[in-house]
Design a protein around this ligand. Sequence first.
Ligand code: CP
Length: 309
Amino acid sequence: MKQLSVDHLTGIVDLSTQDIELILETAQRFKEVINRPIKKVPSLRDITIANVFFENSTRTKLSFELAQKRLSADIVNFSASNSSLKKGETLVDTINNILAMKVDMVVLRHPNPGAAKFLSEKVNAKVINAGDGTHEHPTQALLDAFSIQEKLGSIKGKKVVIVGDILHSRVALSNIYCLQKLGAEVMVCGPSTLIPKYIDQLGVKVSHNLRTALEWCDVANMLRIQLERQDGAYFPTLREYAMQFGLDKNMLDSLSKEIVIMHPGPINRGVEISSDVADSKQSIILDQVENGVAIRMAVIYLLAGRIER
Ligand code: CP
């Protein structure tokens, strides 16, 4: 059986191209499973997984839970808001107490960049990063790559623009690493205040003009403005942001070719994307959500293959 080169999934930066291709191939097989009348396999009946979420989540949390259930793993869910962390316990102590109950794998969402990597070096369990602050969201990038491949047949040579709040986005950084490793060209587009100063070092193109960016690309990944992570004013008002960087149907229909529209969710309709674009036939937003379960099954299954049993 082919194996990943890593023991944990803390960031796309650590994966080789072969690792990513193995995850995408494995997810393809699991996508077939979850479309059968019986959407379940017994592969991980001997594995217990803790989902530890310190931040809100709809898609990622439900998708991980469903992926684990489809693989027949046992699961426990931990939410920081009603835990003993409020009484001063550290993250490592909290996780070690969960692991003492014979848990093999931890899925962690945490507001601090680097939290998943830190945990993977401190505890005796496989760790999956479900989003660490403004740093990485590796399973989102993998499901995005899977969805582009499914829609366009391949990723190599495709042009992908990521539009919006690049500065505060873990989705953007993981997507840049993942798409480049698979041979795509990547552009970021947004107001200069929301593009990080180090962006040139990542080998991406930069545009501050939405029409120019959309005319260049095959795929546009529209990001939400992450107000909860902003510590200042990066543009005058949301209305002005929407007028300059929001994608509406008039602009989409006026482009010289048909492009694919993606969004990691949650969507702010009428800000970064209008309702008729989000719901258009060019949008693959709900395909991304469906593919998230198959990708997370693949990641969990492959990392479980590295547990000594
Ligand atoms: N895409 C994403 O991470 O969504 P949630 O915050 O709902 O998990």
